[in-house]
Design a protein around this ligand. Sequence first.
Ligand code: GLP
Length: 252
Amino acid sequence: MTELFVVSSQAEGGELAADRIAATMTSVGARFVLGVATGSTPQSIWRALAARCRSLDLSTVPAFALDEYWDIPEGHPESYQAVVEREITSPLGLNPQLVRVPGDDGKDSAAPSRYEQAIRAAGGITLQVLGIGRNGHIAFNEPGTSLASRCRIARLTQQTRRDNSRFFAAAEDVPSYCITQGIGTILEAERLVLAAYGLDKAHALAAALEGPVTSTVPASALQLHPGVTVIADAAAASQLKHAGNYLAAGAL
Ligand code: GLP
């Protein structure tokens, strides 16, 4: 069953997720593989983990990012490769050689299957951090994506392009295509930790956790996964009808 933590701040959510990551690392040992996510939401998680760098050695942990823009100039500061390096790899002390972003080994048509293969070769993702788009997307799996989808090149919706335009100088600079882990790929991670903050995410979160499982709300696929932790603030959790029914640590 999904665990839900309603937190009073993103900093608290970050600490909670960092606790989960550290505990999972301890329990699985050297086979731990971290799935990382970009966007504003996971930033407090990366900050909390970075602050634990002295006691938590992540230098041997392989990491895989969820997604990347496809039609973005190489080296662009808003490419997810650059964001991952700046916000995750470097502050967490990950080994850059062990950190992968889809398409980082060449943007050709075989890039998605090579990425899937690299995840498999690493033994699969142990814990995947996720955000959620206002339209219910996870990674760049937009509404209408098959719940069995694999890593692939896909088109971004206008809403996602608009939402992400805050990172670019002009709206028309936002790329139109992406390379993303599929929903089927994400569901293969052993544990999923999804964070959502703010009223903007309330509708998507309620549809994901309590609506029908449908490709119209890609994050609703999480209902099919046995190990999901959701961390939300009160605003993001405000449209949940059954918040009291989720399992939360300390509740038993
Ligand atoms: C982007 C990313 C997603 C992210 C989502 C929400 O489009 N591809 O992985 O979860 O947007 O981002 P934010 O956390 O900034 O709201």
